[in-house]
Design a protein around this ligand. Structure first.
Ligand SMILES: [Zn+2]
Ligand SMILES: [Zn+2]
Length: 277
């Protein structure tokens, strides 16, 4: 993607743009004009060019009590953006870079970030309630009345512009189609990581995946990459089965057709036969 000077005309100043704001629990998002402050140290301001909807966004839009119920809020955490401007002490990123904001932090310095056995950043990962990673409840968003708007998972991609800490940022090739790259922010990485890292699927093993949504399909892909022998998809919707084949699923169970049999028993039978159900 070509880098042009248009990315710097607002540098150091707030940007006025539109965002989909979650005003009240359970209510539809409202498209509003907002102000997005410039990035502070270790932050970048991003122009969002593609964002997708994860079910976690839907869940959080409905929470009506407790510390997770925060309104007004800008949801969204699967996205691709282009860096518009950078704050101080930002190394490795520059204006015009195509980036993937990710909700899970990676400080690159702590013991866990350096270990291949963990991705649970010991420095940052325990705080998932703040607005900004290094500035607590300080918000970079204001509505047209000058009131703060809450961030979401340090990304808030349902906005034309957002501010993200570099601990939540990955630079990607500008050649990757952005609608596919956006899914790497959450759904695909969650699914592949579950098979590859968490379950540590071994070559030739049998894997059963319950629910073939974005995450479930990515679990199948992760199991395929790890050399699983059988990858069984369990879902109520048979239309998912054709799609599942593209992600490495070898067998399918429609759980509504299993009668009195437990799903685990059907999976067990499949793991020792070549038949498909
Ligand atoms: Zn870390
Ligand atoms: Zn998600």
């Amino acid at each position: 993607m070509e880098k042009t000077s248009m990315f710097s005309i607002h540098e150091g100043k707030p940007i006025r743009c539109k965002a989909a704001v979650s005003r009240k629990p359970g209510e539809a998002l409202v498209i509003e004009e907002i102000h997005v402050d410039p990035p502070q140290a270790y932050e970048v301001r991003i122009k969002i060019i593609c964002t997708s909807l994860c079910h976690t966004d839907v869940s959080f839009s409905k929470i009506d009590s407790g510390p997770l119920a925060r309104f007004p809020r800008i949801l969204g955490h699967e996205a691709v953006g282009v860096i518009e401007s950078i704050g101080e002490h930002v190394n490795g990123f520059q204006q015009g870079d195509v980036v993937l904001p990710v909700f899970h932090p990676h400080c690159e310095e702590c013991r866990d970030c350096k270990s291949s056995k963990s991705n649970w950043c010991a420095r940052f990962a325990d705080d998932f309630l703040s607005n900004t990673r290094r500035y607590g409840m300080t918000s970079r968003f204001k509505d047209s009345f000058g009131e703060d708007i809450y961030h979401f998972l340090f990304v808030s991609s349902f906005s034309e512009y957002t501010v993200v800490d570099i601990a939540h940022l990955v630079k990607i090739s500008p050649d990757i189609p952005v609608d596919k790259a956006a899914l790497l922010s959450c759904g695909v990485s969650t699914g592949i990581g579950a098979a590859w890292k968490v379950a540590n699927v071994e070559k030739g093993s049998t894997v059963a995946v319950f629910g073939l949504g974005a995450v479930g399909l990515a679990v199948g892909e992760g199991a395929r990459l790890r050399g699983a022998g059988k990858i069984i998809g369990v879902d109520l919707n048979p239309e998912k089965f054709e799609l599942g084949k593209k992600f490495g699923f070898t067998d399918f169970i429609n759980s509504t057709l299993c009668g009195e049999n437990k799903i685990s028993e059907v999976c067990y039978l499949i793991s020792y036969t070549l038949s498909h159900i």
